[in-house]
Design a protein around this ligand. Structure first.
Ligand code: PLP
Length: 492
């Protein structure tokens, strides 16, 4: 009902397509009469490539075009327009300074086929970025090529496969905890491994009994996310690494949650052999709509020969691309990776410096705990009253008592101008709402979000089931929207 009222009051002139707004003869520009003699088109263009009729382009005045695009740009939520507490898939705020730096003509106008001598500045930057990521991760071998976190996972698992092939060992299994991000088992399958799930215990950590039962000489890699997707740092990680290493396996650290531990601890120091970074979650790179992103990987000494090639090296004061890597798995991305994202990550790391990065993590953890301390008074937080960079609240009590689900709450938040948290992930928490505020949000924003969420939990089930009421599209079939997206407009 409320939704109907809203759609009746919406001015559809602002949301119709240019084709729908088109009126024959309307123009944004009228050209002056030509002062050179007209020539028939057929004199200029061979008639067999000339269209028989002009293309059906929309005809509009300039204000209509400007309003159309300006309005379109406001239909979606973004990190520049709204608080975006999307746990796990977080994109932290992108400082505009880094955007400007990445757009400097010296970077923007480079061509990847330029000779190395003419791109020494960029190669130097990438070389330094490799060194900085090695220092932050505690793992010395770095490839900047992967184009997203999931792509980094795949590349690193291909590195692991090449390493075991070289050793002559036939290891077929990758273990992933049941709280892991879906990309972990998917990457393992794509790299040719069988995936086996390891259970979590009641505290949300790896169940050591289940791990022991599944660990064997056939295990190539144990993939662990630490802090994990429940926002908890698994203190058993060193012990787990010991057990896996004893049997000749490797530890992969899904570094998506490095924003919680920068400068506090290093994956290489707690037993990881390889990892990826998600610059969009840690170093303020952009990563909208599936890319372009970056997912640099870092590996230990023994895995370094297998990294994708080329890597950037410094040779007698000269930076160059090293292709002479006979054990490399080869390229996983054209040219040098998504350089624009890597430049932003470089600028971010250099701006903060070692102490600043540590402060980033402290503030990210502080913000998440502040929000947790507010939310837990009205939504249960099944994994305790402390977290790292994110936490999971559960709507299962509301569902049992009033039929209100995590999806209802998430959708209703959109009406108040807050992006929804991640819902129904991790799978181990019922009616999960995963909330990650990041370090850049003010106390005012966190208070406003907590207050709105509290208000929403008290609203009627009828109102919540139909939410959102103020958006153009309410509840699309998300599976169909992802699997069979309608990518073009057609008149019906
Ligand atoms: C824990 C975890 N692992 C892996 C990924 C995959 O990263 P990407 O989206 O860059 O492919 C994400 C998403 O950000 C994540 O949260």
């Amino acid at each position: 009902m409320l939704r109907q009222q809203f759609s009746m009051s919406r001015n559809h002139l602002s949301t119709q397509l240019l084709f729908e707004l088109s009126r024959s003869g309307r123009r944004a520009v009228r050209f002056p009469a030509s002062d050179t003699p007209d020539k028939p088109l057929t004199d200029l263009i061979p008639s067999d490539v000339l269209a028989e009729t002009p293309p059906p382009l929309p005809e509009l005045a300039e204000p209509e075009v400007v309003r159309h695009f300006s309005n379109l740009s406001t239909l979606n939520m973004s990190v520049d327009t709204h608080f975006y507490p999307l746990g796990s898939c977080t994109m932290k705020y992108n400082p505009k300074r880094n955007e400007r730096l990445a757009s400097l003509p010296g970077f923007l106008e480079l061509h990847p086929y330029q000779p190395e001598d003419t791109i020494q500045g960029l190669l130097g930057l990438l070389f330094e970025l490799q060194s900085m990521l090695a220092e932050i991760s505690g793992l010395p071998g770095v490839s900047l090529q992967p184009a997203a976190g999931a792509h980094g996972e795949l590349a690193a698992l291909m590195v692991a496969a090449a390493y075991f092939r070289d050793l002559g060992e036939n290891r077929t299994v990758v273990l992933t905890p049941d709280s892991s991000h879906g990309t972990n088992p998917a990457s393992a399958a794509m790299a040719g491994f069988d995936t086996v799930t390891v259970k979590s215990n009641s505290q949300g950590f790896v169940d050591m009994g289940d791990l022991a039962a599944k660990l064997g000489h056939n295990v190539a890699v144990f993939m662990i996310t630490n802090p994990n997707t429940l926002g908890l740092f698994d203190p058993q990680v060193g012990q787990i690494a010991g057990l896996v290493h004893e049997l000749g396996g490797l530890i992969y650290l899904d570094g998506a949650n490095m924003n919680a531990i920068l400068g506090k601890t290093r994956p290489g120091d707690f037993g990881a052999d390889m990892m990826h970074f998600n610059p969009h979650k840690t170093f303020s790179g952009p990563h909208g709509g599936g890319g372009p992103g970056a997912g640099p990987i870092c590996v230990s000494h023994r895995l370094t020969p297998y990294l994708p090639k080329p890597v950037v090296i410094k040779d007698q004061g000269h930076y160059r691309l090293d292709f002479d890597r006979p054990k490399s798995i080869g390229r996983v991305r054209s040219f040098f990776g998504n350089v624009g994202v890597l430049i932003r990550a470089y600028a971010y790391i250099r701006t903060y410096g070692p102490q600043g990065l540590e402060d980033v993590s402290e503030n990210a953890v502080l913000n998440a705990n502040y929000l947790l301390s507010k939310v837990r008074h009205f939504l249960p937080t099944p994994h305790g009253d402390r977290c790292m960079h994110e936490f999971v609240a559960s709507a299962s009590k509301l569902k049992k008592e009033r039929g209100v689900t995590a999806m209802d709450l998430a959708k209703r938040l959109l009406d108040s101008g807050f992006h929804a948290p991640t819902v129904y992930f991790p799978l181990t928490a019922p009616e999960a709402m995963m909330i990650e505020p990041t370090e850049t949000e003010s106390k005012d924003t966190l208070d406003a979000f907590a207050q709105t969420l509290f208000h929403v939990t008290g609203e009627t089930a009828e109102l919540l089931h139909e939410a959102p009421h103020t958006t153009l599209i309410s509840r699309p079939d998300e599976v169909q929207a992802a699997k069979k997206p309608r990518m073009k407009w057609s008149a019906q």
